[in-house]
Design a protein around this ligand. Structure first.
Ligand SMILES: [Cu+2]
Length: 159
C-alpha cells in the first residue's frame, strides 16, 4: 500500500497529538490529583435544616487528626463562612445545596466541586500553605451569583 509522504507525516502528527493529550490526562490525574467525582451519596434537600449533619454545618475534627467540613451552599452564600482548617492535614469537604446547583472552588488550589441539590459532593484535600483563600461559586446560580463568595482560613499547625 502506498501512502503519500505528507499523508504519512500528518498521520504521525495526529497520533503524536493523541498520545500527548492522553499523557496530559494521566499527568493531571496522577500528579495534580484532578479527578472526576466518584462519591455518590444522596440527601433530602427539603429537610436539610433538620439534617443531623447539614442542619449545623461546620468543621469537625476527627480522632485521626483529619478534619471533616460540612458545607451548605445556597443562594447566595456558603455556610459556614469563614471555614477554618489546619494546614498539612487531610480536609474532607462534604457539600450539598437546598436550592439550586452551585460551585465550590477554593481559588488557587485544586479544591473544586459542583454542589448539587439532593447529593453530597465529597473530596479530600491537604492545604500545605497557611493563609486566607477565597471560596467562589463557579456555577451560575441566580441574580446575586457574583456575590456568592466565602473565605477559607488555613491555619498553621500549633505544636
Ligand atoms: Cu453561584
Amino acid at each position: 500500500m502506498n501512502v503519500e509522504l505528507y499523508e504519512r507525516i500528518w498521520m504521525w502528527v495526529a497520533a503524536g497529538l493523541l498520545a500527548l493529550f492522553l499523557c496530559a490526562i494521566f499527568v493531571s490525574a496522577g500528579v495534580n490529583a484532578i479527578q472526576p467525582p466518584s462519591h455518590v451519596e444522596t440527601v433530602d434537600p427539603t429537610t436539610l435544616a433538620t439534617n443531623p449533619e447539614f442542619g449545623t454545618p461546620g468543621v469537625k475534627a476527627q480522632p485521626d487528626g483529619s478534619v471533616v467540613v460540612s458545607v451548605v451552599a445556597q443562594m447566595f452564600s456558603f455556610s459556614p463562612d469563614p471555614v477554618e482548617v489546619p494546614a498539612n492535614r487531610p480536609v474532607t469537604f462534604r457539600l450539598t445545596s437546598p436550592d439550586v446547583i452551585h460551585g465550590f472552588e477554593v481559588v488557587g488550589t485544586n479544591a473544586n466541586a459542583m454542589v448539587i441539590p439532593g447529593y453530597v459532593s465529597q473530596f479530600t484535600v491537604t492545604f500545605k500553605n497557611p493563609g486566607e483563600y477565597l471560596i467562589g461559586c463557579n456555577e451560575y446560580c441566580g441574580t446575586m451569583h457574583h456575590n456568592m463568595v466565602g473565605k477559607l482560613i488555613v491555619k498553621k499547625e500549633s505544636q
